[in-house]
Design a protein around this ligand. Structure first.
Ligand SMILES: [Zn+2]
Length: 338
């Protein structure tokens, strides 16, 4: 029986607490029953084993069926049906509509979820896509009855359809990375990186810095705005006075190769050790940024982020979400050797 191992993983004091809660009997009474059982069996029994016998006698089911069969993201493989898993929404993509061959309209929505073991793309179809189009980054999502399939790029995805069950922010304690955190990213060398990687940590030296690019966003929702005849339009909020966000690219070299790092606004501020106001000032005056660029050259950093394929240039980039601008080089070199 598989459940037996599960049961013995519950520490003794927790077991006693559980039996007491479920049976309504006080803890010391349960403990006395456990001691008596051990004596009866000539001491050839652990306290945990005895506690399970007592639980059985009292007709209690101690195995929490709620989290049984739940898979960590790294163990989801192609072809699994009725997958149950839980993760944090790390990215959301826009709902897309499309026409099927029979002329009917279809809808599809994709999100990326993470847990401590990795990440996976979750794809919602039709009514489910509509229903979950308002998920936010940081939400926790419990998925039941999903299908694991490989997509064209060879990555496994979870597909959600009518018979799947979704709970957003379930009321249970879960151990998941915080919003904006990466799953425990593996330290890689640049030459090891491939499209199959979702997240990675890299240590290297900045060898090239490009100008900051500024772009107009809606001050209310931070989405990109479109310029229409000199006015800036948000798809949700109409005409707005735009705010600015920025993106900065640098090239990192770790001795095995080079990699383009992409820093969006707050990560760029961390890399530059500059406030948002100071960075925005360069928008009008990019010449002043030359000095900052030169100071960054040769700096060693440890970065964690999402591995992204730039389709346009068919190259791999790292979209940084965590940066250490002051690593200890000796320690970092050792880490890579491990
Ligand atoms: Zn807006």
């Amino acid at each position: 029986m598989d459940g037996v191992h599960e049961m013995f993983n519950i520490p003794y004091d927790k077991l006693i607490k559980k039996i007491s809660e479920k049976s309504g009997k006080p803890k010391d009474e349960i403990e006395a029953m456990v001691k008596k059982k051990i004596q009866e069996l000539g001491g050839l029994l652990t306290e945990e084993g005895a506690a399970h016998i007592i639980a059985n006698k009292l007709g209690l089911d101690l195995v929490d069926s709620s989290s049984e069969g739940r898979l960590k993201l790294e163990s989801i493989v192609e072809g699994l049906r009725s997958v149950e898993t839980i993760g944090r929404v790390a990215r959301t993509f826009e709902l897309r509509e499309f026409s099927r061959k029979d002329g009917s309209q279809g809808k599809v929505l994709a999100i990326q979820i993470i847990d401590n073991t990795g990440s996976i793309r979750v794809v919602f179809w039709d009514d489910m896509a509509d229903k979950y189009s308002k998920l936010n980054e940081g939400d926790i999502i419990l998925i039941k009855n999903a299908l694991a399939k490989k997509n064209r790029n060879g990555n496994v995805e979870l597909h959600i359809n009518k018979s799947s069950e979704i709970t957003v922010n379930p009321k249970e304690e879960v151990d998941l990375p915080e919003a904006g955190e990466t799953p425990s990213s593996e330290r890689k060398s640049i030459s090891e990186l491939s499209e199959q990687d979702s997240y990675a940590e890299i240590f290297g030296t900045i060898v090239n810095v490009f100008d900051i690019r500024f772009f107009e966003v809606c001050p209310k929702c931070s989405k990109r705005v479109k310029e229409v005849g000199g006015n800036f339009m948000c798809s949700e909020h109409g005409e707005v006075e735009p705010a600015y966000n920025y993106v900065m690219n640098v090239i990192l070299d770790d001795g095995t190769g080079t990699l383009r790092l992409v820093f969006f606004s707050s990560q760029a501020e961390q890399l530059l050790s500059l406030s948002r106001e100071k960075v925005l000032a360069y928008r009008e005056n990019m010449e002043d940024f030359e000095k900052v660029k030169h100071e960054l050259l040769g700096q060693q950093v440890v970065v964690q982020g999402r591995v992204s394929k730039n389709e346009l240039f068919s190259r791999i980039e790292l979209v940084v979400n965590k940066i250490d601008t002051n690593p200890d080089p000796d320690k970092e070199v050792k880490k890579l050797e491990e």
